[in-house]
Ligand binder design. Structure first.
Ligand SMILES: [Fe+2]
Length: 312
């Protein structure tokens, strides 16, 4: 039994030396300014969903600071605090509510929020149905995607490099109730990582919310954060927009095996990898864990091969 079961990931937190530049990049990436900006030395950006922010940045040398899970209640935060010795604090960030701040075994900041006041959703790009060879729901209507950035809806998952996979896995599972979707096998009985999802019971949830990977170098750190966009047209619109402004692309567009999502990876101005994705697999708590090979992580169903920069 885990201490609590988290509902989802909510945000990532970075330190960067130029908040204006960060805001411009994230706007081009498809986010919008959060409705409140309570601190001039911090920047909060939201998606089109109800989360008050999905990306937080504070002034300083470039660094990954933390990521946040969303818990279902403030009572759950009290349980976490009792288990870990951390404090439940009132949050002065957009959405308010309460927050517990923890460190994982590698020292990554892990925050858990509850009691957020949700924001009104922002409109997505106008969505008209996709036709295919089997089903043609769009009839007597034209599709025009327009030009411009993608529309980020929410933070979907985060990948961390960890120095000891089993130690990190145990920490995250025992506190937050994560379930393994795919465990990555380097050989028989040699596990080097896992794609894990939230335990939402019968409610379908993303194939991976947090993935842990132990690299051959043993180095721990931020790998990437992935934001869900409206759909495939939205992702490609955003791709063309980021290309047009000269953003640094890292990998894509392609379709992964594990999670099956269509992906497009970019680097922010300080080199942090941010992903656009759409059309991923959804599982319930009844779906059994699988074992997957490293090849299934590296290979694509279609699209360009993974560049060396992604693995180390
Ligand atoms: Fe990803």
């Amino acid at each position: 039994m885990s201490v609590i079961k988290v509902e989802d990931v909510a945000f990532v937190r970075f330190q960067v030396p130029d908040l204006k530049r960060m805001e411009q990049y994230l706007t081009d990436f498809g986010m919008a300014l959060s409705s409140t900006q309570p601190n001039p030395d911090k920047l909060y950006m939201r998606g089109r969903g109800t989360g008050p922010f999905v990306h937080a940045a504070e002034l300083g040398e470039p660094a990954f600071k933390a990521f946040g899970f969303r818990a279902s209640s403030v009572d759950d935060l009290a349980k976490l605090a009792a288990e870990t010795g951390a404090k439940v604090e009132a949050s002065d960030e957009p959405g308010g509510g309460s927050i517990v701040r923890l460190k994982d075994p590698d020292g990554h900041g892990v925050e858990v929020v509850a009691g957020w006041t949700p924001e009104a959703e922002l409109p997505l790009q106008e969505h008209v149905a996709w036709n295919n060879a089997h089903l043609q729901p769009r009839q007597r209507l034209v599709k025009r995607t327009g030009a411009g950035s993608a529309t980020v809806v929410r933070l979907g998952h985060l990948v961390l490099n960890v120095s000891d996979f089993r130690r990190a896995e145990n920490w995250y599972k025992s506190l937050f109730g994560l379930l393994t979707s795919d465990e990555i096998m380097a050989g028989p009985d040699v596990s080097i990582g896992a794609f894990m999802r939230c335990d939402r019971g019968d409610q379908p949830t993303d194939h991976h919310t947090l993935a842990l990977a132990s690299l051959p170098t043993g180095a721990a750190g931020f790998n990437h954060a992935a934001f869900e966009v409206g759909d495939m047209d939205d992702l490609m619109r955003g791709h063309n927009h980021l290309k047009a402004i000269g953003a640094e692309q890292e990998w894509g567009v392609g379709r992964h095996f594990l999670g099956s999502q269509v992906f497009d990876y970019w680097r922010d101005p300080w080199g942090f990898t941010l992903e656009h994705w759409t059309d991923g697999d959804l599982f319930t708590a009844d779906d059994a864990p699988r074992q997957a090979s490293i090849q299934e992580v590296l290979d694509v169903q279609w699209g360009p091969a993974m560049p060396a920069s992604m693995t180390g």
